[in-house]
Design a protein. Structure first.
Length: 82
C-alpha cells in the first residue's frame, strides 16, 4: 500500500499528472543537491519529495488563462523550484 495515500497527496496537488511531474522534478533536485554537498541520503529522493508534498511543504497549481495557454507555479517554503 502506498503511504501516504494518494488521496492525501491529491489534497495538495489536485492533478495526478501534475503530481507525478512535481515529484520527479523535486526528486531530481534533492539528488543533485545531495551530490553537490557530498551528503548521503537516508531515504530515496522520490520518498523525500512525496514526504514534502504530504507535509504540505511543496505545492503546485496550474493557472489557466485560456484553454491552450497555461502556467505552472511551484512553491516551496525554503526555495522556489525552477
Amino acid at each position: 500500500m502506498l503511504y501516504p495515500p494518494m488521496s492525501d497527496l491529491l489534497e495538495n496537488i489536485n492533478s495526478r499528472y501534475l503530481l507525478v511531474n512535481v515529484i520527479a522534478r523535486r526528486a531530481r533536485q534533492v539528488s543533485i543537491e545531495a551530490e553537490k554537498l557530498g551528503e548521503p541520503l537516508t531515504d530515496k529522493p522520490v520518498s523525500i519529495a512525496i514526504g514534502e508534498i504530504a507535509e504540505g511543504k511543496l505545492t503546485a497549481s496550474v493557472k489557466t488563462e485560456t484553454e491552450q495557454d497555461y502556467d505552472v507555479e511551484l512553491t516551496d517554503d525554503e526555495q522556489e523550484i525552477e
